[in-house]
Design a protein around this ligand. Structure first.
Ligand code: E4P
Length: 220
């Protein structure tokens, strides 16, 4: 499974990229708003992320009609070769995904919650599909089992093009573990969750005892 960072924060992206395992970034309008982003700077900001990240960078269209989404997608894809256009799972989004994928522009279908939505996304040409986990948990449903169903269903078919499943709306290291165990291709994770994936109290305790023992060795 590959790790994407789910953020628009350049500091977080640069820091995570320096750890050596970052394979891509996903952004969305809420994440861009969270860093105080302005519309006028959006495309420059995506360009800066694309320079830091050696992998797909999802930039979302907020348009609601197919023609507007297609126009957004063409403009966003021109920013850098590694831009992937994020398109919501809806009728206009499917139509736009078909048109964009026929132009060779990669689409990440987002806000995907069900197996039928995922199959339709794949059939419309989406290169990436993002089933949301945490938002199911938010309404007391089991987001991991929904993700599992999508991974199984997509794996049943040959869509004639590569389709990668991105476990999205990930809230914990346990979500990441479950996504990996079921064979999701990618987990896109907030920076704090990525840190939690690295850290463990037993690792910290092990390090403390190794350092203490090494002091003894040095003084022996
Ligand atoms: C990523 O592509 C999604 O936009 C993101 O994971 C949504 O996460 P949230 O449910 O925490 O907003």
């Amino acid at each position: 499974m590959k790790f994407f960072l789910d953020t628009a924060d350049l500091n977080e992206i640069e820091e995570a990229a320096s750890w050596g395992a970052l394979a891509g970034v996903t952004t969305n309008p809420s994440l861009y708003a969270r860093i105080g982003g302005k519309v006028a700077d959006f495309e420059n900001h995506i360009a800066r992320i694309c320079e830091v990240v050696d992998g797909p960078v999802s930039a979302e269209s907020v348009a609601m009609t197919r023609d507007e989404i297609i126009a957004d997608g063409i403009r966003l894809a021109a920013i850098a070769p590694n831009v992937v256009v994020k398109v919501p799972t809806m009728i206009e989004g499917l139509a736009a995904t078909r048109a964009l994928s026929e132009r060779g522009i990669k689409v990440n279908m987002t806000l995907c919650f069900t197996v039928p939505q995922a199959i339709l996304a794949a059939r419309s040409g989406a290169a990436f599909i993002s089933p949301f986990v945490g938002r199911f948990d938010d309404i007391s449903e089991d987001g991991i089992s929904q993700l599992y169903d999508v991974v199984q269903a997509i794996g049943n078919y040959d869509f004639g093009h590569d389709v990668e499943i991105i476990a999205a709306s990930v809230r914990s290291a346990n979500h990441v573990a479950q996504a990996a165990l079921m064979g999701a291709d990618i987990a896109t994770v907030p920076f704090n969750v990525l840190k939690k994936c690295v850290e463990h109290p037993l690792t910290d305790r092990g390090l403390e005892s190794f350092l203490a023992d090494w002091e003894k060795v040095k003084n022996a």
